[in-house]
Design a protein around this ligand. Sequence first.
Ligand code: BGC
Length: 331
Amino acid sequence: MGRMIVGACITLFVIAFSFFVYFSVKAFNLEATQAKESYSKPKYHLVLVPEEINNDYWRLVEKGARTAAEELGVTLEYAGPKQANLEEHINTIEMAAAAKVDGIMTQGLSEEQFTPLIDSVIKKGTPIITVDTDAPNSNRISYIGTDNYYAGLLAGKALLADTDGEMKVAIVTGRFDATHQKLRVQGFKDAVKEQERVKIVAIEASQITRIQAAEKTYKILKEHPDVNGFYGTSALDAIGISQVVESMGKNNDMYIIGFDVLPETVNLLRNRKIEATVVQKPYEMGYQAVETMVKILEGKKVSAVNHTETKVIHNKDLPLQEHEMIEGAGR
Ligand code: BGC
């Protein structure tokens, strides 16, 4: 009898102990899981590679991308050349691919170099989205940005509508080797080509800097003193153009149309130092690029081309709505 009681006691003890161990382990695991969840690792590591990191325009693309990254819980790296440089741009993309990041967002800057590069990175397993500048013949999964040919066409049509009489027009373009800049020039040329009164007499490249835009404007005005219209195709060109036009006292007879709505550009428009500018949506491009890349990584369908809004504005369109401003946190 005594033995039976001892046996029962031992059995009870073993059962109770097993329960204790089982639930303790469970509780611990639960805490560990909860702790893990509260410090959840970002889902994906994405990289945005612009042609120039400190350019005000690209800082806005970055801002949009960062907002989306925060909302979607992904890590965003922003890396690229300090000053526009094709080789460094390509190296940055190659390094990001070698580091096996989950997705790369960049410009399809030139057909010749970027199409094979994009294709080889995608082949090795890293998805790429083009932003701001497309590489339509590559296997990029999606393009997010302005329809650059259409934007150029709009600029040309604005010049036709805003001017009359003989126009000798000079173009200052960001770079000769970049697809989007070429499209902006082509669209403009096509818009004015039927008009006898409008002649394009010079074209120079600024390497997307305002200093070179100013230098090239000076050179153009020295070589063609009869120029009475300028078209600047990258964000800082009209700023450089108007600086020189003003310093040469030619402001009154000069028509200037530029690109983008940086705060300085808006000021020039407000003070009628430039006549018009083509609006782009850099913040929106960055935001949508991250959003689209996450969809791709989650296996969702995305469209191949997503054109962001573009239009021409004049002094009479000021002040801009918050969502139209380029500082525009408002999308
Ligand atoms: C273009 C960008 C370029 C920037 C340069 C913008 O108009 O869309 O590609 O990098 O100008 O300032």
